[in-house]
Design a protein around this ligand. Structure first.
Ligand code: HPA
Ligand code: ZN
Length: 347
């Protein structure tokens, strides 16, 4: 990293964090559904939801672990029926991302949550893709899609989902793996990931969120992922830390998610700073911002306030977000130039 970062007074750090251009590499588009939009879509589609009001729904967002969140998250996604619903959801997220100076995003979507309810892959992908195209034109945000398999379902189900997605191959940048981690190790999906690799998809997987470091090893060595989503439990395994640092495998860390799902007791105990200081390519992301209390800039400002990270950490995190993205080398270089300019101008 050749760019030299000037020290910045602590009281100006939040402004720097908000203003710097950044990429978001770990967010589930269904996790951007705000309670207001859930109610609007439920009413538009005549779908019943078991909450009387927006306030009552929001007050149910008190999670104790990943599964307690997933139960509510899948229920919320049941209001999505038409292509326009998927468009509206993604447009709302992309506007919030643009306001946080996110200039590039690679968004996860969970098609099995929708196809299991009779919503077609075409409806899902076309609605989301149209929002990505419009975001470039209207907001200057480049956005693309990563299809995630649900790991609590079978590998056979994942193969079927892949088949349904192939007609839209050109609209899908990569493949990921999400949902309940413990008891569903990466190797359960070895064959389907091997097929996705042959097909030329980029590969990522959630690992080491609630699951052990062994799941991070098998995500790397069996699934052959290029980035690890979360990965925070890697710090329990010094050899794994070495491997991640040496190979510059990015971890897409989500501090407010980890706080809300009780992966860490408080933000001051979060290990993001430790990961960065150990030379890992960590990034900051919002995961499911409507459920976890904040979009990108809230993740940055709250985590920096709690951990005492400084402008050098801010630069590393933003730079890592571009380096770890799946855009081509010239586009990466252009984003890094923009990042450097924003740090130079900030004084
Ligand atoms: N972990 C696993 N699955 C998910 C998550 C997460 O943080 N968010 C949405 N699906
Ligand atoms: Zn996630």
């Amino acid at each position: 990293m050749t760019f030299s970062v000037k020290p910045i007074a602590a009281d100006r750090l939040p402004e720097l964090l908000r203003r710097m251009p950044k990429a978001e590499l770990h967010m589930h588009i269904e996790g951007s559904l705000e309670p207001e939009l859930i109610f609007a879509l439920a009413s538009r589609n005549g779908v019943a939801i078991p909450y009387a009001s927006v306030e009552e729904l929001r007050s149910a967002y008190a999670f104790t672990n990943l599964q307690s969140f997933l139960d509510i998250y899948y229920a919320g996604a049941s209001v999505l029926i038409t292509e326009q619903d998927f468009y509206d959801m993604a447009q709302a997220y992309l506007r919030k991302a643009a306001a946080d100076n996110v200039v590039h995003t690679e968004m996860f979507f969970d098609p099995q949550t929708h196809t299991a309810r009779g919503v077609s892959m075409e409806t899902v992908v076309k609605g989301l893709h149209r929002a990505c195209v419009d975001a470039q034109a209207e907001l200057g945000v480049s956005a693309s899609l990563i299809l995630c398999f649900l790991r609590h379902l079978s590998e056979e189900d994942a193969f079927e989902t892949l088949e349904q997605a192939l007609p839209f191959r050109d609209l899908i940048l990569g493949i990921g793996l999400d949902s309940g981690e413990v008891g569903n190790p990466p190797e359960k999906f070895a064959r389907v990931f091997a097929r996705c690799r042959e097909l030329g998809f980029h590969l990522v997987a959630h690992a080491g969120e609630e699951g052990p470091p062994e799941y991070v090893w098998t995500a790397l060595d069996v699934l052959k992922v290029e980035r690890v989503d979360h990965g925070v439990r890697s710090s329990r395994d010094p050899l794994l830390m070495q491997r991640l640092a040496q190979d510059r495998i990015a971890l897409t860390v989500c501090p407010l998610s980890n706080l809300k799902l009780c992966v860490f007791p408080d933000l001051a105990s979060h290990n993001l700073r430790e990961l960065l200081d150990a030379g890992l390519a960590a990034t900051v992301n919002s995961d499911d911002p409507a459920y976890f209390g904040g979009y990108m800039n809230e993740n940055f400002t709250q985590t920096f306030a709690a951990t005492g990270m400084d402008a050098r950490h801010a630069y590393m995190l933003a730079r890592n977000s571009f380096e770890a993205s799946f855009i081509d080398a010239p586009a990466k270089a252009r984003y890094v130039d923009r990042l450097n300019e924003s740090f130079e101008r900030f004084s």
